[in-house]
Write a protein that binds this ligand. Structure first.
Ligand SMILES: Nc1ncnc2c1ncn2[C@@H]1O[C@H](COP(=O)(O)OP(=O)(O)OP(=O)(O)O)[C@@H](O)[C@H]1O
Ligand SMILES: [Mg+2]
Length: 423
């Protein structure tokens, strides 16, 4: 590129005419002093004529732009305007242009094209100066290179985004861990309960059968002849009580034993709708007596589940019994149970909803705990849900609850079509 000859004598800027002032060493000294100041200024400086022709640049400008002085002097400012593609390096930056240099002011984030094609970002301050009333007006452009600052800002923004991302991931992992921990705790409780139940069942059953046997013997022996006629009704009613209470206990023991029944589970491909219908059938009379309607929204052609049909039925009996109690507790005298089945992937989902009394958060967090109940003594043992949870866990399924006090409760049961494929 031919080196353009400076069109304007740079010394004009400093009001020094070397021709006339030459003998005056004081002025010459002042001129060279300003020249040194101009050249050595740490920030890039440029002067231009008002038509945008470059008049002078200092060393710092040479360094920033990659051009030598003689390559710039006399050329138009457009040589430093980034091309369209270069402009894309920063969406907020505006290109250095003659238009920008026409109006005095301060401009942030201006893009300047270097000789090697790279773009520098600068803060630009534009002043219009003149050395006297008749002298030509010049544009003084002071630059501050902020490329590094911008790069660091961008880096900071990226790092900040990365940090936020990492934080969210950490939160998610934390939630997963917590859920896993809860599952483990629940599984631990179930295992402990299983052992406890087996022990209790065994220990209680022996004496209970003894009590029952003796009571029956007494009933047969004492009533016909031995006892006073006046005491007979009392003896009789006590014996009936002993027997019926023993039966209740035997029933409870049976219930506890289901926890330990491991090997006798016989699985087969089971229609989940049949299991639901069986459970509803068992409770149909009670539903009728309490004004409870059942709405079914069953998906057609659901795949059969590999499971024990009686255990599946047990899960729905527990859910239906709880729904019955929840509706009854409202005191309204009627209610609705809605059951919706769907297939999602390799799982079958059952949403079991009631418009009963619902649950407070505190209750909700405990319902899967064995022996947790809010029902009066003798009405609930607090085992229905923990038992159901255990049955579903063994099938690699799950059960979650959504509930609002005063509105109702939905249990969402998910069961894989064939748990052996997941095991
Ligand atoms: N559908 C529901 N609506 C409101 N509360 C419910 C519902 N299902 C369960 N609960 C609450 O969860 C508790 C535990 O239920 P779970 O079935 O385990 O035991 P239970 O019904 O109290 O006794 P059991 O089932 O052994 O007869 C209940 O006592 C009740 O407070
Ligand atoms: Mg229950």
């Amino acid at each position: 590129m031919p080196t353009a000859k400076p069109r304007v004598n740079r010394s004009r800027l400093f009001a020094i005419d070397e021709g006339t002032r030459a003998p005056n060493t004081e002025f010459r000294d002042a001129g060279s002093k300003y020249q040194i100041l101009f050249d050595q200024a740490s920030d890039p400086v440029m002067t231009l004529s008002t038509d945008g022709t470059i008049d002078a640049v200092n060393q710092a400008f040479e360094e920033m732009s990659g051009y030598l002085k003689q390559e710039l002097l006399g050329r138009k400012i457009g040589v430093l305007t980034p091309s369209g593609a270069q402009g894309h390096t920063s969406h907020r930056a505006r290109p250095l242009s003659s238009g920008l240099l026409e109006a005095p002011g301060t401009y942030e984030d201006v893009a300047v094209a270097r000789k090697d094609g790279y773009v520098r970002f600068v803060d630009l301050s534009v002043r219009i100066v003149s050395s006297g009333p008749d002298s030509e007006r010049l544009v003084l452009a002071l630059f501050r290179d902020v490329t590094e600052k911008k790069r660091m800002e961008r880096e900071l923004i990226t790092k900040h985004a990365e940090l936020r991302n990492a934080y969210f991931q950490l939160e998610r992992k934390n939630a997963e861990l917590q859920a896993m921990q809860e599952t483990l705790v629940q599984a631990g409780k179930m295992a402990a309960l299983g052992e406890l139940a087996a022990g209790i069942a065994h220990e209680l059953n022996q004496p209970l059968q003894g009590i029952r046997g003796y009571a029956q013997e007494l009933q047969a022996l004492a009533l016909p002849s031995g006892a006073e006629p006046s005491t007979r009704p009392a003896i009789e009613s006590s014996l009936v009580e002993i027997i019926s209470n023993s039966d209740k206990m035997a029933h409870i023991i049976d219930y506890l034993r289901t926890f330990t029944r491991k090997s006798v589970e016989k699985h087969e491909f089971t229609n989940i709708h049949d299991a639901v219908e069986e459970a509803l059938k068992m409770l149909s009379r009670q539903f009728k007596a309490r004004g409870i309607a059942v709405q079914r929204d069953f998906a057609p052609a659901l795949p059969k589940l590999y499971a024990n049909p009686l255990q599946l039925e047990q899960v729905f009996i527990n859910l239906a019994t709880n729904a019955r109690d929840a509706i009854e507790t409202t005191g309204r005298g009627h209610g609705t149970i809605s059951i919706k089945t769907t297939k999602s992937g390799n799982f079958v989902e059952v949403r079991f909803r009631d418009d009963g009394i619902g649950m407070a958060e505190k209750t909700k967090s405990k319902i899967f705990n064995p022996f947790f109940t809010t029902k009066e003594v003798g009405k609930g043992m607090g085992l229905g849900l923990s038992l159901s949870y255990g049955i579903l866990s063994k099938l690699h399924g799950s059960m979650v609850v959504e509930s609002e006090l005063g509105k109702g409760t939905t249990f969402v049961v998910r069961i894989p079509v064939d748990f052996r494929e997941l095991a």
